[in-house]
Ligand binder design. Sequence first.
Ligand SMILES: [Zn+2]
Length: 290
Amino acid sequence: MTLKYGVVAALFLMQTLASPGIKPAGDVPNLSKRYFMIKPDGSGTKGKPWPEAKVQWCLDGVGSEGDEYEKLLQLVKDSWKLWQDAVAPYSSLQFEPSKSHGKPVCDDKDKDGEVLHIEFGGEQGSWADLGYAGKGQEHVLHLSPTATAALCAHELGHVFGLEHEHQKPAAWQEDSDESYSDTFPFRFYCANLADYDALKDRSDIADLCKDYNAATAAGFSAANWLPFRPSPRNYEIDAFVDLDSIMMYSSTSGSKNGKPVYLKQDESEISENEKPSMGDIRAIARLYPK
Ligand SMILES: [Zn+2]
């Protein structure tokens, strides 16, 4: 089964794509603590780390020249740059074009499931398959035409094996003990979701707005916000919530009207993170150590 992440377009403002400004500052990051991600040892069934820490990719459906091709190629390069500079000191992760014809354009040889196909366009927002699914499986990164480098970098986080930071159960609790709770320390404004109106007359709408499994079954975008209890067989998780993670949505992501979909409990907004956090870098270092 492929996991799709229905993130709507324009999640992040386009900002400078210069150096991400991660400063190790002489401290070796704490690599023991990390995150919400696939199992580093490859034992999970929801996605594995890419073999030999290498993701090969090709561009699909945009030809091999012209504006759309150039735009997508630049977007992919800019978004990888956000990761590359940050993880290079700690991780062996590589992200390289598959060059069948000297250009990173998908062809028949790239259809064996070993190569990430990067698509562009359509009305489906942006999403990516989680991690490496195995030989012969499809690996897709789909980008909205309005995607920014920061949004593409978020989707690359999924490709590498990271889940949404805001969907950790701990992110929805008053404190960070690991017991699950139905209380929502994030304030969730479900009715502002883009697809809420299409479902609002259902008798189970209250459940759809608070239960991850119900939202998933209904194909409701709330499933991209609500916490879920990850199987420890498939995920590595900790109780710390990293609000600086590029795997967080901003407050207005996915909104139908520009109003917040979720806020912190004190009603302050969750900002747009435009580069990987040190926590994100630690996660990559755990999945793809040097
Ligand atoms: Zn996502």
